[in-house]
Structures are given as structure tokens and as C-alpha cells.
Ligand binder design. Structure first.
Ligand code: BEZ
Length: 389
């Protein structure tokens, strides 16, 4: 009698468990993803690649992450820091998104990080490298799948010094990204025996380079370091070649990533530091490049990889909570502890939320950014005042 009673209870609870499971499996509530990116202006091409990368990964998972489809909300941030707070609040307060994915421009991203930190909204940065995002603005709910501005500059700085170049000029836009990448270069270059003799700057997104090129020529450096990206990078590299400057041009990889077709022969021989290259020839990267080209008809670049990995990290968080986005702490923990098999190679995260990754030296040839060497393996950026609660 007692045995029969226990069996009845057992089968009733199994049935109930099954029903709960079915109800969970059928919960197809979309996860709300807020894309705050520059859909216009000099960085708009970067946006297209980030978005394509993110969506490719989702598509590869059958259009769902942890069993949930994505619902996208878009805001064009115009790479304008002055509009950033209002723009990000459209996603946080009006659309009530579960994830903010953004952005490209460091100045805009810092304002976004402040709002994300205050509201507790999950934020993945698929590009902007601003040092402060993982410094004073760091928070458990903020991660980036791109780089810290210092990382690629440091990598190419080390390489430039090892080449025996002693005197460098740095040239870039005068805002966080340019200044912090130039600082990375200066640190790496100093460590290997070089010195920056002059820092040339122009306001973002100005592309009138003639007087800067004249200044470079008069300085007679051994090497020139530059950071520009998107449309600005295309114009700088072309103007540099057209000016007939013969000193080697180096930079962070944004100078030649996603820009080579437009730059043509003027980019040949440019050396850059970055966490991605076009010929890594690993199983993961080959599969990624093949899938990307099949879907979009163009080769991926670093921005596409950063978007793809943002989706990978987000998926790791969602899987850990079976798609229940209200379990924020568990999600954040799983994302921070994720080991991502990225097209770039191994990707993990530092305690402050920065990517830990190899920095490659690449040289432009045959329309590709080809690997020359690994400047630094699994580079962890310096910690800069991050206090996590
Ligand atoms: C930035 O503002 O952080 C940035 C923009 C474009 C390429 C790389 C960095």
C-alpha cells in the first residue's frame, strides 16, 4: 500500500517536472538586444561588420541563443559623445533591452558604460577600446570582446623597437582612442629602446592631413605610428603614400583592417599590431571566414570577429541561466569565466572585463593583413583603477 502511494507520488512529480520542462522549452520570449552603433559617418562601415558578425553567430545557432530568438533595437550614435547619454537611455529606459551592444567610438562608449553601470543593464562592447571602460567605469555587467586601446599600440611599439628604429612620430585623432593607442605604442617602443619625438594630433573626424604630413617630413623620424579607422584610415594611408614619405608607416591594425580594397597599393608594406589577421589559418578561423563570405559575399575583418565573439559571450551567459535574463549575477559570472574559441585564437577576460588575447604583427601584401609574428601572447592590459563591487 505504502509502496503504491510512493509510486503514485513519483509518477505525478515526474509528469509535473516534464510539464515544467516543456513550458520552459516552449518559452520563446525574444531576448531584446539594443544595438547602439554609428550607422552614419566615418565609422559606419565598422558597424555593418560588427552587426553582421553578431547575427552570423546567432544564425549558426539556428536563429536562437539558449532557445530564445533575438529582437533587435537600433540607435545610430553618430560617433557623437554629446548625444550618447540620451541615445543609450532610449535603449535602457524606452526599449528596456536585455543587452546593450555598443559601440565603436571610445568617447560614446564611455557615456554608455556610465549609464549601463548605473542601471545595471548588461553591456558588451564590440569595439571601443577606451581604457576607462575597464578602469574607473568598470562593472560586473560590462565586458568587451574587442581590445583595450593600449593593447595593439603596445604590441606594434615592441616590434618597432626590436626593428632597431629609435625615433618615432605619432599621428592620430585627438580623442581617447588615438591618445591611448599612441600611449601603448610609446610604452612598447620605450621598452625596446625607442623614443617618441613628437605627437601630432588633429580633431576627430578631420581628414585634412596635408599640414600633418608636412610636419612628419620635417621631423625626419625613423618610423611613423598612426591610428585612424574607417574612412579616415583610407584617406590617411593614401595621402601618406601620395606625399612620397619614405619612412616606414606602422599603426594599430584599424589603419588597414576593412580598408584594403579602398587603399589599394598605397597600403602595401604597412605594419600594424592587432588581435586578428587575414591568414591565421586555424580551423576555427577558416570555418568562420568561409561562413561569413558565404553569407555576405565579402571577407570578414576584425570588426566582424568582435561582433561574432560578442554573440558567443552572450550565448555563454544565456546558456548558464537557460535563457532567464533576470538571473543577472549568474549570467555575468558565466560570461566573465567563458573561454571563447574565437576566430582570432583563444579569448578570455581579465577581472576588469578586458579581453586577454594574442597581439599579432601584420604586414599588408596581396590585399591582405598577413601575420609576421606574434608580438605578445595573451596580453593582459594594465589595470587602471577598476574597483568591482
Ligand atoms: C575607438 O574609438 O575606440 C575606436 C574606433 C575605431 C577603431 C578602433 C577604436
Amino acid at each position: 500500500m505504502k509502496k503504491k502511494f510512493l509510486m503514485t507520488i513519483l509518477s505525478a512529480s515526474l509528469a509535473l517536472g516534464g510539464m515544467v520542462h516543456m513550458a520552459q522549452a516552449q518559452d520563446k520570449t525574444p531576448v531584446k538586444v539594443g544595438l547602439m552603433l554609428p550607422y552614419s559617418g566615418t565609422y559606419s562601415a565598422l558597424t555593418e561588420m560588427i552587426e553582421r558578425g553578431f547575427k552570423l553567430y546567432v544564425q549558426e545557432q539556428g536563429g536562437e541563443l539558449a532557445g530564445h530568438p533575438m529582437e533587435y533595437f537600433k540607435v545610430d550614435d553618430e560617433s557623437d559623445p554629446a548625444k550618447a547619454a540620451d541615445n543609450v537611455n532610449k535603449l535602457i529606459k524606452r526599449d528596456k533591452v536585455d543587452l546593450i551592444l555598443g559601440t565603436v567610438h571610445s568617447g560614446v562608449a564611455m557615456a554608455m558604460a556610465k549609464a549601463a553601470k548605473e542601471s545595471g543593464t548588461l553591456m558588451i562592447v564590440p569595439n571601443a577600446g577606451a581604457v576607462n571602460i575597464t578602469g574607473p567605469l568598470c562593472a560586473m555587467n560590462i565586458l568587451r570582446t574587442s581590445f583595450n586601446n593600449w593593447q595593439p599600440g603596445y604590441g606594434i611599439g615592441i616590434y618597432a623597437g626590436e626593428k632597431g628604429w629609435k625615433k618615432a612620430v605619432t599621428v592620430t585623432w585627438n580623442y581617447a582612442a588615438g591618445n591611448e593607442m599612441a600611449k601603448g605604442f610609446e610604452d612598447g617602443f620605450a621598452e625596446t629602446g625607442g623614443k617618441v619625438s613628437k605627437a601630432l594630433r588633429l580633431p576627430f573626424p578631420n581628414v585634412e592631413f596635408q599640414s600633418i604630413l608636412t610636419d612628419i617630413a620635417s621631423q625626419k623620424p625613423d618610423v611613423v605610428f598612426a591610428f585612424f579607422a574607417g574612412g579616415g584610415a583610407v584617406k590617411f594611408v593614401k595621402d601618406y603614400a601620395a606625399a612620397g614619405l619614405t619612412m616606414p608607416l606602422v599603426g594599430t591594425g584599424f589603419l588597414t583592417d576593412g580598408t584594403l580594397e579602398a587603399q589599394g597599393d598605397s597600403a602595401n608594406g604597412v605594419l600594424t599590431g592587432l588581435h586578428y589577421a587575414d591568414d591565421l589559418d586555424t580551423e576555427t578561423d577558416n570555418a568562420f571566414r568561409k561562413a561569413f563570405e558565404a553569407e555576405y559575399g565579402v571577407a570578414p575583418d576584425v570588426y566582424a570577429v568582435q561582433g561574432y565573439d560578442a554573440a558567443q559571450v552572450f550565448a555563454a551567459g544565456l546558456k548558464a541561466v537557460d535563457g532567464d535574463v533576470s538571473k543577472k549575477d549568474e549570467m555575468e559570472k558565466a560570461m566573465r569565466e567563458a573561454v571563447i574559441d574565437s576566430p582570432r585564437g583563444k579569448l578570455t577576460f581579465s577581472p576588469s572585463g578586458d579581453p586577454v588575447q594574442d597581439i599579432y604583427v601584420r604586414e599588408v601584401g596581396d590585399g591582405e593583413n598577413k601575420v609576421v609574428s606574434v608580438a605578445v601572447e595573451q596580453l593582459v592590459p594594465p589595470v587602471n583603477g577598476c574597483r568591482l563591487q
